[in-house]
Structure formats: C-alpha cells, structure tokens
Write a protein that binds this ligand. Structure first.
Ligand SMILES: [Zn+2]
Length: 325
C-alpha cells in the first residue's frame, strides 16, 4: 500500500508536490471594441465585462498591463453590417483602428491577437457568406477572411486568430500573409470549435446571433471527438502556428487529446457561458468565486492547455487571486 496522505499532510507539502500552476503570462483577456468614442457599457449577461470604444479600450488595457497582463484578443462590433461583412476587412474599420491605437500606445509591451471572423460584421450573423438558399459557401468566404487577416496584420496585430471554421481558412490566410511579407505574424487557429450552447452571452457581447439557422454546418458537433482531432491535424498541415479548443471546461477530454497530438502551443477558450455560470453562481452565494475560478483554470491547464483565453483575467489580477492562500 502506498500511503498517499503523506503528500497532503500540510500546506507546504501540498505546495511541494503541485504539478500544475497558472501564471499571468498564460492568460489572454478578450476585449469587445465598439465603433464609438469615449463610450463603454457593461454586458448584462457577463457581469464586469464591458464593451469599449477604442479610446477607452486603451485605458482598460493600460489598467491590466499595469497589473501584469500582456495578452489581449480583440473582437469588433461595427456600426455598419452587411451581407459580406465588409467592415471586417475595411482597413479603417473598428478593429484596425483599435489595433493601431493600442500598438501606438503600448508597442511591444503586449501581444495582440485579432479574432478573424465575419459574424460580428454580417447582417445575417453567420461566420461565412450565404448563398440565396441560406447555405454558407465555404470557398467564397475564405477570401473575405484572408482579407480581414491581412488588414489586421497591416494594422499591427501580432497574431490573427481565425475562428470561423471554414475549411481551408488557415492555408488561405497563411498564403496571403506570406505574400505580403507578414511572415512574423502568427496564426492561432480555433481548430476545435464546437457548436456549443456556452456561447450565448458572447453573442450578446458581440451582437452577433445568427439571424437564420444555426452554425452547425461549420462548427463541430459535440457528439464527436475524432472530427475535432482531424480539424487540428488539418490546421497544422495548413500551417497553423498554434491551435485552440473552444469551449474549454466541457471539452477537457478534447484538450487532453489535442495535447497528445501536437507539440504546438495549445490554447483553450474559457468561453462566456463558462464565465457567466461562475459569476452568477457566486453572486447567488453558491460558492466562493475566487476558489471556483482558480479550480476551473487549473483544470484546463491540467488537461494540457498552455494558454487560456478567459474573461476572468481582469478579476484575477485586480483582486490578486493568483497569490492568495
Ligand atoms: Zn463567427
């Protein structure tokens, strides 16, 4: 018999045998940017998360960089939406402007990721371009996505992060970036993105619910695991520099499998529904928020993720949660 309790006998011993930890360097804060000036608004379904105009986003970023956060991913909410999501690849659009402003202010003191999708920019709310019958046309959508990625690279994004789940998005974007000599701009692919019910609050935040149908023809069905692994393999072959699993907590088995599959950096997106469940649960007095957040994030790291995109980032550093007993 092995006496396991000797590993747990007091706090120092438990600390000694800790295998998994989280540091601020491994967290990425998502930010929603609205095409306005001097404006911010709390998202009612995501307590303590705000939409910001680019100028106030800079202030928010400054607050977090002062507390040691150096990774941010931007999502844009344009004033104008149309059939082909033209504001996604307008070089004077909301995201290129925000990237320029943030990079001018902070330069290489932070790493900036730009989400690449069309759903926030299209009047139908889909991640690709539909035909007359409402089918999302894969190859037609790729050029628009690549244009958007190029515009974000030109504005100064360090990484582009295609989240749209169109087949061939990574190789299409990579060719366009390479041709324009953006060989240092990384491609973080949302490789294993499931058609999940956990995105509800995000759709409020990004004002992007689909106006017809759903996203099941491009996002992965959650009753399959092997399709997720095929997606990851395909993205790696296409030249992805890092891959992502989304959502995180209900998909720890996928994170663990992808970890076995590749030595590339593995990201996990602790999505809006995961965030809001913790927030509203803590507000209702069901559990201690800090303890729950740390346990959740450790579980995601333990499954094998290197980096976590999480809305909790702000609360974690503002409240010093990583350093409490
Ligand atoms: Zn999308």
């Amino acid at each position: 018999m092995i006496r396991m309790r000797k590993f747990r006998r007091n706090n120092l011993t438990r600390e000694l045998f800790t295998e998994v930890s989280i540091t601020k360097n491994q967290l990425v804060m998502p930010i929603f940017i609205v095409e306005k000036i001097n404006w911010s608004k709390e998202i009612s379904s995501m307590p303590n998360i705000y939409q910001y105009s680019p100028d106030l986003a800079v202030k928010h970023v400054e607050e977090l960089t002062d507390l040691g956060i150096s990774n941010f991913i931007l999502f844009g909410i344009p004033n104008h939406k149309d059939q082909s999501g033209s504001e996604a690849y307008n070089n004077k659009g909301v995201i290129p402007n925000a990237i320029k402003l943030i990079k001018e202010t902070f330069d290489d003191k932070l790493t900036l990721f730009a989400d690449v999708c069309l759903c926030e920019y299209t009047n139908h709310g889909h991640c690709g371009i539909p035909n007359e019958t409402g089918q999302i046309v894969n190859d037609k959508s790729l050029n628009y996505l690549a244009k958007a990625a190029l515009v974000y690279a030109e504005a100064g994004a360090d990484w582009v992060a295609p989240s749209n789940m169109m087949d061939g998005r990574v190789i299409t974007i990579k060719r366009v970036l390479d041709d324009a000599n953006f060989t240092d701009v990384g491609i973080l692919s949302y490789s294993a993105k499931f058609a999940s019910n956990y995105y509800g609050p995000f759709r409020d935040a990004a004002e992007s619910p689909p106006q017809f149908g759903d996203r099941k023809s491009y996002q992965i069905d959650y009753r399959t695991k092997r399709q997720a692994l095929l997606e990851v393999e395909s993205d790696i072959q296409q030249g992805a520099d890092a891959v992502m699993v989304k959502p995180a907590l209900p998909y720890l088995d996928i994170i663990s499998k992808v970890r076995e599959l590749t030595d590339l950096p593995l990201f996990a997106y602790n999505v809006s529904g995961e965030y809001s469940m913790v927030k509203f649960g803590a507000k209702a007095g069901l559990f201690d928020e800090r303890a729950m957040v740390i346990e959740n994030l450790i579980a995601i790291r333990r499954a094998g993720a290197d980096v976590i995109l999480t809305y909790h980032t702000s609360d974690i550093v503002k409240n010093g949660w990583l350093y409490q007993e």
